[in-house]
Write a new protein. Structure first.
Ligand code: NDP
Ligand code: OXD
Length: 308
């Protein structure tokens, strides 16, 4: 019977019942524990908050299974030689779709004007239709694709952008440097759902903001480091960027004196765009362990060299 070490103590009570149910559903008998001798551990369930950061003694471990989709805090860990799987969870995806669609519609419909209107201004200007507001989706992975499809279903003309070429029905997909310029040029809303890697850090800098349409709205639920903070503030000051809704930051919690907090055209949400849900993610983990035990390839494997 494989020993599965749950290495994220703060999440144990929340995850334990779902994991037990998921292993039962998968037909897999496992020893699910919070503590074990390293040489007895077959799988590790990991979160960035986990105290376990030295994987050297876990010589028998067949895979480390992350509860997070973003793996930038573990992917460079030199002690990690075991396969690393990131989280792709239907519940996480559902949450991200709701966050992205909700914040896109807020800006698209100009809701703020009517929700906060102390002067009781009667402004009958109607918002454009979604079909008239192009969206650029930077990152067309598990989350970006689902969000792009949800926005497309509302009639937004969505253009996807990723590292490699993609074909997604109804969504023109671009890649590479030239593709990025093209995706940014026409967009009224730019969404970033990219991982933090050496290539994506500071991707949205002064030059990229200048390539965008004046008055563009930025939604960033990806990672804070994708945006050059100073360049974003300058673009907001000049009016090049009309509003930025940011869920992720270089330092979290966002320091109280960071200019984003006070800026009237920045909305800060505290890394709540989407959370891994125990009820759905437990099955993803159980299924990957079943695969490992059956000698089948793991799913959602991280490519260490790529960094995601
Ligand atoms: P995926 O790995 O499925 O997708 C990543 C996408 O980014 C892929 O389309 C990939 O391209 C693209 N990409 C990576 N590097 C580059 C590059 N250099 N240039 C262009 N495109 C690039 O990840 P997910 O969709 O599951 O998650 C995306 C990110 O969302 C996570 O890494 C995490 O940072 C963030 N996240 C935030 C949450 C929140 O609550 N705010 C919750 C969960 C995740 P390709 O397809 O060609 O490989
Ligand atoms: C994740 C996140 O990567 O919550 O899962 O940001």
């Amino acid at each position: 019977m494989p020993t599965v070490l749950f290495a994220a103590p703060a999440l144990w009570d929340e995850y334990r019942p779902s994991l037990i149910a998921a292993f039962a559903r998968t037909g897999l008998a496992v020893d699910l524990v919070q503590e074990a001798a390293p040489e007895a551990v077959d799988y590790i369930i990991y979160a960035p908050s986990a105290p376990l950061q030295d994987f050297t003694p876990y010589r028998r471990c067949k895979a480390v299974l992350s509860l997070w989709a973003g793996v930038e805090r573990i992917v460079g860990n030199a002690t990690l030689t075991q396969p690393l799987c990131r989280m792709v969870d239907p519940g996480l995806t559902e949450g991200m779709v709701e966050w992205v669609v909700g914040h896109a519609l807020r800006h698209h419909l100009g809701m703020d004007r009517h929700i906060v209107n102390p002067e009781r201004v009667w402004d009958p200007t109607c918002p454009p239709l979604a079909r008239e507001r192009p969206v650029a989706m930077l990152g067309m992975g598990a989350l970006g694709t689902a969000c792009a499809q949800a926005l497309r279903a509302l009639n937004f003309p969505v253009t996807g952008w990723s590292r490699t070429a993609k074909a997604v029905e109804g969504i023109p997909c671009l890649h590479g440097e030239a593709g990025l310029a093209e995706a940014l040029a026409g967009a009224g809303i730019v969404v970033t759902l990219l991982p933090k890697t050496a290539e994506t850090e500071n991707l949205l800098d002064a030059a990229r903001f200048a390539q965008m349409k004046r008055g563009v709205v930025i939604l960033n639920p990806g990672r804070g480091a994708i945006i050059d903070d100073a360049a974003l503030l300058a673009a907001l000051e000049s009016g090049q960027v009309a509003h930025a809704t940011l869920d992720v930051f270089r330092v979290e919690p966002l320091p109280k004196d960071h200019p984003f907090w006070a800026h009237p055209r920045v909305t800060v949400t505290p890394h709540i765009a989407a959370d891994t849900r125990p009820s759905s993610s437990a099955f993803v983990i159980a299924e990957n362990i079943r695969r490992g035990e059956a000698g089948e390839p793991f799913v959602n494997l991280v490519d260490r060299l790529r960094g995601y």
